[in-house]
Design a protein around this ligand. Structure first.
Ligand code: TIU
Length: 223
């Protein structure tokens, strides 16, 4: 049973590797590549690419340590029966969820754009959770997967910092999980929100969790 200590803010945290999962939030083509949902909302998607290499390094280390790795994908059923009207109705009508774009129907399960980017593609056996909401716990099996695997701590990476990463960290916090967020493994279309989002997690004695970076985690893992 190996325990590591990760230097973090507001303070270092000791975690048992076997009780810790890496959760990759929504590293999908729809958010990171041109022509997808992220761009349809008026964003510069190139701002998210800096997170890819740190995520890859962390994924490699987690796999080497046989940690549980979980991937999530935001997306909806082809008939949109799991998409609230209030969500679908936003943005340019020709570019909304379910409309046809260069990577298939925007944010629809099974379409090329909804899949995870090739650089961070899941390996066989790693759970991939399709989620209709911003949080990874809402209307998914995430909690039961974590419970089945005896997980107590989450290393939460992905995009975007202030939307799906933050919502998931808040949901996880209320369910009793310790959340560690490596800031360089996250990204936002709005750099200011990325910075403030991280500050919000670690403020007030770590009100939602701990903030660190990928190098510090890799060092703690002796990689
Ligand atoms: N995955 C995720 O964060 N979904 C979003 O819609 N994010 C935005 O920042 N728009």
């Amino acid at each position: 049973m190996s325990t590591i200590e990760i230097n973090a803010e507001p303070e270092a945290i000791a975690i048992e590797i076997a009780k810790t999962a890496v959760v990759m939030i929504d590293m999908q083509r729809d958010f990171l590549e041109p022509g997808g949902f992220g761009e349809s909302l008026g964003n510069d998607v190139s701002l998210l690419s800096a997170a890819i290499e740190p995520c890859k390094a962390l994924l490699d280390a987690a796999r080497q340590h046989e940690m549980l790795v979980i991937h999530t994908r935001e997306g909806h059923l082809p008939d949109l029966s799991d998409a609230h009207k209030a969500k679908v109705e936003r943005g340019d009508p020709s570019l909304r969820i379910g409309q046809l774009g260069p990577m298939g129907r925007i944010l629809i399960r099974g379409e090329p754009g909804q899949d995870i980017i090739p650089e961070l593609y899941p390996q066989l056996g790693e759970p991939v959770i399709d989620k209709p909401g911003k949080g990874a716990f809402y209307a998914t099996d995430l909690q039961s997967i974590l419970e089945t695997n005896g997980i107590e701590n989450l290393i939460v990476c992905g995009v975007t910092t202030e939307v799906c990463v933050h919502t998931t960290v808040r949901e996880a916090n209320d369910r009793g999980y310790r959340c560690i967020v490596p800031g360089d493994c996250c990204g936002s279309y709005i750099p200011e929100f990325h910075e403030v989002g991280l500050r919000m997690i670690k403020a007030q004695s770590g009100i939602f969790g701990w903030v660190t970076d990928s190098h510090t985690i890799l060092t703690a893992m002796n990689i």
